[in-house]
Design a protein around this ligand. Sequence first.
Ligand SMILES: [Zn+2]
Length: 264
Amino acid sequence: MTYIGVIIMPNLIKTRGIVLKHTYLGEADKIITLFTDSLGKVQAVAHGARKAKSKLMSSTQAFAYCEFVLYKGKSLYTVSQTEIKASFQVLLNDLHTLTYSSYLMELVDVLILEGEENIELFSLLLKTLYLMTEGNLDKELIVRAFELKAISQSGYMPQFDNCILCGSSLNLIKFSSRLGGVLCSKCSENDRFAVKIDLPSVNTMKFFIKNHIEKVRVLKINLSIKNYMKKIMKNYIKYHLDKDFKSLDFLDEITNMDELEGVE
Ligand SMILES: [Zn+2]
């Protein structure tokens, strides 16, 4: 069911939203960036939200999924009331899960412009946050599936079915970020920055684009495919969004540290 933002009174709007990030304003206030189902991405001032006793404190933290009543001012929204549906603060208990989840927020923030609506992406983000709370799931795989689906839903769907240049479905050996899809062996020299890909990785990425994200619960993916996907998505997202993600850099750092210490 699609939930439409309800106008309660002139200038008061009820909407469901996820807090993507917050910044401090003055001594006690916050400006939060919300991804909502009915207004898209908006910024809102939360007065007094940094005060320990404020009712807004927990509902304006990153990841919080709430029903918000927003007051529409001349240039900004103000948070009037909140009701927490899921705080997702459990994501903070594990450093890898927290960093992967922070990356989801960063990516959505970049993918969607202020005031732009994308209910499909909103719903995907919410489902993905719930998946991130499930302790036994492979977080890296959830993130790869999310990346593929989120960029596809935002107008950057990569092409994995056929060679992007000649249309052949055979010998797909490289992926070109610039051209936006796979290249066959005959066309692979057309982009010298194209990276190697193998058939199992092509099929896995196609599978994620076409299926619900919950399928990560049943899929077992080997390390080689995960590494192909990681490299391809990193290049593709950097090429099209022209952004370096702090959370991804941090993830590489902590993963390298784990490897040095022999921790999985
Ligand atoms: Zn070709």
